[in-house]
Ligand binder design. Structure first.
Ligand SMILES: [Zn+2]
Length: 438
């Protein structure tokens, strides 16, 4: 018989289910990768029991747009807009981002993610097999996918090789193992992939039953560039090239016209809102309130650490809330709705809400436990306001992903964090010679 773990004596259980139930004095039973029972404190039996006395227990946070390996470039491109950012970052990537470095950077990023309560990431980066292997070592539910550019790029892959690699992706995922993930294809954007190539990607996505993730309308300059080349907006290209025939989630989606938003809603598309990166690079303030009203699914993301500097989803929630207050009105800020963006709505945006995003029987056991007995978390008038505006990643103590405990007492269990940090520090020394060349 498999092990049955009970997380007992939970002070506040935030389910994020359809009724948005918050249970007091609750318990959860986990078997294998799944939540099998939810009951009151002391009512469930198991082969192992973990006390969550004085804790808030929530679904794991879902980061719907990031580039984990770019943790190695944290602080590398400061005081720049997207254009200046890309110049600096591409030079650094050219210098160090081989397969082994991508894996190391992803291990570092995955560590940062799980220690802060993030259990799922949608991660677009070079060498996805290497990055995925790194993240799986750490225990993260890591949605990687083949990437596509018109040009060979740093991975030196010509277009037919990209297609061949992508066709073999589902088989490779099975071989690598780790927490279940959906199949995704990740063409970079409409400014780096031609409409003809996007059509090929959409046909392949249909063939292997994949969803699609790409950058869309991150800046006004991108919209102008694409409009100038094709007389269409990025979203119009996605529609005419068949991309929107598949489940698609846009990275950023800052500058969507009303008709782009309507198209996205009609085609069941989603947006990964990255408020930190969008503000830091001055890309703009996405009006997600209007997207949600139109029926677009919205999740939250941090983007890569080279533009947002960390993978802190608590900060992403806070910034998303503040942006709604500034862009629309403080009366439209609903902390509960914001917390749902980082959990169940993120799962919907990824097209996998039947598996993750809430604490419900039958769902994957992606669970986070947060220490409550702290001055900055006292008193509790509104549990969701506490989660969105006061809880920080340092308050996360225990994390389970796919039923496996990956963080205990705020320490990663599966890998040696100190070793990964020292390897990362060693590897970036190769960037020293590039400093001062900008
Ligand atoms: Zn991005």
């Amino acid at each position: 018989m498999s092990e049955r773990i009970v997380i007992d004596e939970i002070d506040y259980l935030i389910t994020c289910d359809e009724e948005n139930r918050v249970l007091r004095n609750a318990a959860i039973a986990i078997e294998r990768d799944e939540i099998v029972e939810i009951g009151s404190s002391g009512s469930l039996t198991g082969s192992k029991s973990v006390s969550a006395k004085g804790r808030i227990v929530t679904p794991g946070l879902i980061n719907t747009h990031t580039h984990l390996a770019m943790t190695l470039l944290r602080g590398w491109a400061e005081g720049v807009d997207l254009d200046g950012f890309l110049k600096k970052v591409w030079a650094a990537e050219g210098a160090i981002m081989d397969e082994a470095t991508c894996k190391l950077g992803t291990e570092l990023g995955a560590l940062e993610a799980i220690l802060s309560g993030t259990t799922t990431t949608l991660d677009m980066y070079l060498h996805p097999q290497a990055t995925h292997e790194g993240a799986v070592n750490v225990g993260l539910r890591h949605i990687a996918g083949p990437i596509f550019f018109d040009f060979p790029g740093l991975d030196s892959l010509e277009w037919p090789d990209r297609i061949a690699f992508a066709r073999s992706w589902p088989k490779r995922l099975v071989e690598i193992g780790g927490p279940w993930i959906p199949t995704y294809l990740m063409p970079h954007s409409t400014y780096t992939d031609s409409p003809e190539h996007l059509l090929e990607v959409s046909e392949l996505a249909k063939e292997i039953d994949a969803s699609i993730h790409l950058h869309v309308s991150e800046t006004l300059a991108e919209n102008e560039d694409v409009q100038g080349r094709y007389q269409k907006s990025p979203v119009q290209i996605l529609e005419s090239s068949g991309i929107l025939d598949r489940h698609t989630i846009y990275g950023h989606g800052v500058h969507l016209s009303e008709s782009d938003v309507a198209t996205t809603a009609r085609r069941n598309g989603a947006v990964a809102h990255c408020p930190g990166s969008n503000m830091k690079l001055g890309s703009g303030l996405a009006d997600i309130g209007s997207y949600i009203q139109a029926g677009v699914k919205v999740g939250l993301g941090t983007d890569g650490c080279s533009s947002s500097n960390d993978l802190d989803m608590w900060q992403a929630m806070r910034m998303a809330a503040h942006l709604i207050a500034i862009k629309r009105s403080p009366t439209e800020v609903d902390a509960c709705a914001i917390f749902r963006l980082a959990t169940i709505e993120g799962a919907k945006a990824l097209g996998i809400a039947s598996r993750i995003g809430s604490i419900e029987v039958g769902k994957c056991a992606d669970i986070v436990s947060i220490e409550l007995s702290k001055p900055h978390l006292t008193p509790i008038h509104d549990i969701f306001a506490l989660l969105v505006f006061a809880v920080g990643r340092g308050d996360v103590t225990d994390v389970w992903i796919d039923g496996e405990q990956v963080v205990s007492a705020s320490k990663a269990i599966k890998v040696d964090a100190t070793k990964i940090m020292s390897q990362a520090n060693e590897r970036v020394k190769a960037l020293e010679s590039l400093k001062g060349t900008f």
